[in-house]
Design a protein around this ligand. Structure first.
Ligand code: SF4
Length: 282
């Protein structure tokens, strides 16, 4: 009996071009998103190859690659990822002679839409689903958009635990939105914000996107800039929690004031009407 050829183990870093994902899907290869933690190794092991003061996502890529030793790694090094990835590609080529490292520059322009970014779902599940969706060329499932009460702007964080602080009605912006749309190099989409909801602008420490995150947060009427390294510490989490709770309280208070104002206006109008047209009654 003819045996199926063994499936290859493929690592991806960033969002590879759609044509590559299509090839991998057709071949049935096993894909590992090396940006996400896959192995329980101390991130300090990456310090032999990358500086300690460096993006924690790419340090994670190195740990994953050393442990999983994929047959091939596609690493995006173009404007849809970053220069840090470009230099990491050089290092991976040196330290993993058995693995083929292929550099890509994803400039896909076909919009797949962003139904997950705007639907009601726990934010952690939503961003996990978005990161999984880059491994497929299938169109997205249609989902109803919810009324947003908060916004998360940024890349999928190295530490997903900070996402559990957000309400299920959080809309997603920034590079994560570009990921779902399958256009990682999409400046206009990355800079999109919603000024009507409180937004957290997140970036990994030591990433160039910290500049854009802070700039957009400063311009937003109700924005909070946050960056964190390997894990989100208690003070970062407390900051996000306090910001979201305060925003929710302010919204409730403004709704209460609006309804008090409506009641008062109605009472005043009724009084004026009675006074003008029914003077004999009064
Ligand atoms: S977080 Fe920034 S530095 Fe790190 S891989 Fe993403 S774009 Fe590059």
């Amino acid at each position: 009996m003819k045996k199926d050829p063994p499936k290859k183990r493929i690592g991806i870093v960033g969002v590879p071009p759609l044509a590559i994902i299509q090839q991998l899907e057709m071949a049935g290869d096993a894909i590992f998103d090396l940006d996400e933690p896959h192995v329980k190794q101390d991130i300090e092991l990456a310090s032999s190859y990358l500086p300690r003061v460096f993006c924690a996502i790419l340090r994670t890529v190195v740990i994953n690659a050393l442990s999983l030793k994929p047959d091939l790694i596609y690493i995006d090094v173009g404007p849809g990822k970053c220069d840090c990835a470009l230099h990491t590609a050089t290092i991976l080529t040196d330290i993993l002679p058995e693995t083929t490292i292929i550099q890509t520059r994803n400039q896909d322009r076909s919009d797949f839409g962003t139904p997950l970014c705007t639907t009601q779902m726990p934010l952690l599940d939503k961003i996990s689903a978005i990161t999984r969706s880059v491994q497929s060329v299938k169109p997205h499932q249609k989902r109803p958009a919810c009324l947003p009460t908060a916004g998360f702007w940024g890349v999928p964080p190295r530490d997903f635990s900070l996402l559990s602080l957000f309400p299920d009605t959080t809309h997603v912006f920034g590079w994560t939105r570009c990921m779902e749309n399958k256009t990682p190099d999409n400046r206009a989409m990355e800079e999109l914000i919603n000024p009507d909801i409180p937004m957290v602008f997140f970036a990994q420490s030591f990433c160039a996107k910290t500049a854009l995150a802070r700039h957009l947060a400063n311009r937003h009427p109700h924005g909070l800039y946050v960056d964190c390294d390997v894990t989100a510490g208690n003070s970062t989490k407390a900051k996000i929690q306090a910001f979201l709770e305060l925003a929710a309280e302010q919204k409730t208070e403004s709704r209460r004031r609006q309804s008090d104002f409506c009641l008062l206006s109605w009472a005043l109008l009724t009084f004026c009407f009675l006074h003008s047209f029914l003077p004999s009654v009064l």
